[in-house]
Design a protein around this ligand. Sequence first.
Ligand code: AMP
Ligand code: MG
Length: 492
Amino acid sequence: DGAAWSPVMPTPVPAPRLLAHSAEMAARLGFSDADIASPGFARVFGGNALMPGMQPFAANYGGHQFGHWAGQLGDGRAISLGEVVDREGARWELQLKGAGPTPYSRRADGRAVLRSSIREFLCSEAMHHLGIPTTRALSLVGTGEAVVRDMFYDGHPREEPGAVVCRVAPSFLRFGSFELPYARGDVPLLRRLADFCIRRDFPHLGGEGEALYAAWFAEVCARTAVVVAHWMRVGFVHGVMNTDNMSILGLTIDYGPYGWIDDYDPDWTPNTTDAQGRRYRFGWQPRIAHWNLVRLAQALSPLFADTAALQAGLDRYEATFLAAERGNIAAKLGLADCRDEDVDLMRDLQALLHSAEADMTLFFRGLADVDPDAPDAPPLAGAFYDDAKRAATEPALMAWLARHGARVIADGSDAGARRAAMQAANPKFVLRNYLAQQAIDRAEAGDMGGVEELLEVMRRPYDEQPGKEAFAARRPDWARDRAGCSMLSCSS
Ligand code: AMP
Ligand code: MG
């Protein structure tokens, strides 16, 4: 009804063609292989046709971008088709991204390019298989239409192939969905939206009035802490943690210039649009999430008589994050639980990984194979990017391995069980930036094989997958400073 959303039809595309789909998501939604292969599927999920009952709309929301209130934003290129209830009774909203202009497009075209659509499609599913809360992706449809983008906003626009991703989630409500009515002083709408969200997405919460709102906000805070702790565990950098890109369900949402940590560097961000302040650098994600929750608390403040309940929610964020971080430390280091001195053990390791320029994923994965009785570095041999830095750090690293080995022995856990637990917390396969870019290069040349291979490997990120070692390799030198591999922008 205008203030919160607007009805809008997807704009048809010239030649919709299904380029990839998620078998798990399709099965969950009840699509058969024949459905998926039919031309009708590409037409619906390219934006050229509707299935019975679909009533497309775009949602309105605002947001704080890079620390500043940006006013109204809204779905400028995302159009929701409607909701599906699956066989298990779960409710899923289907949303096309890149489906053409909406009332919130401002001067932009409402479209998305193939490269960014592949990145969103692959990472949504990779995150899901890593066990990390995320929006999902059902399909990737090529549009047969060129889209013009200036990748680095430096006066070099070029035509790129267009695509539409169908994203799937129980809800696409964002922090910014609540900030917009707050900024407009529209408390009745704010209250309706909160009531709607609680009823639909948090039906398990009891109570009413302020107590219910308090329980809801606390749960949003806790879920946000959990998802960010997962990001820190696997080395995921969201890249644009604006409040319009923060899910009220605590899902990872809006895959844009995200990236994965190769060499461990808490100051790294893949987002060149954020190169100056590096607000959304890897190591700042926990504090940025808190900052974003403070913005949400402010937006919800008209629902509360005083700030006590909101402060309690923010405290819940801190407590949940600290507990989750300790869980990460124990799991990543192979310990039954995390004692205070283990926090130092992890901090010291992180400092060493940074100065040694060691690959985060390879190091932690390799650590499971180091013998605590005779700690030696060979299982970690492939994890380093710079021989000189490695050599300079080696004595300290050996001392750290000895310290870790002693701690593991003191824990007294069974070696096989410990190794399995470490492998379950330290993925072998993550969607490294260069791997995604290689798949994109092939796709832009008409070959979807790279996307399919990556999707397949990322389905079992914690398994050894013999024969797939190439997908676990550290970033090659050519990818160090290449566009798409270490440098991405918001232009997509
Ligand atoms: P993002 O940085 O992708 O989260 O986008 C921020 C805002 O810009 C959102 O409101 C998007 O819907 C909008 N936006 C981004 N790209 C486009 C586009 N090509 N056409 C219309 N709106 C866009
Ligand atoms: Mg966004």
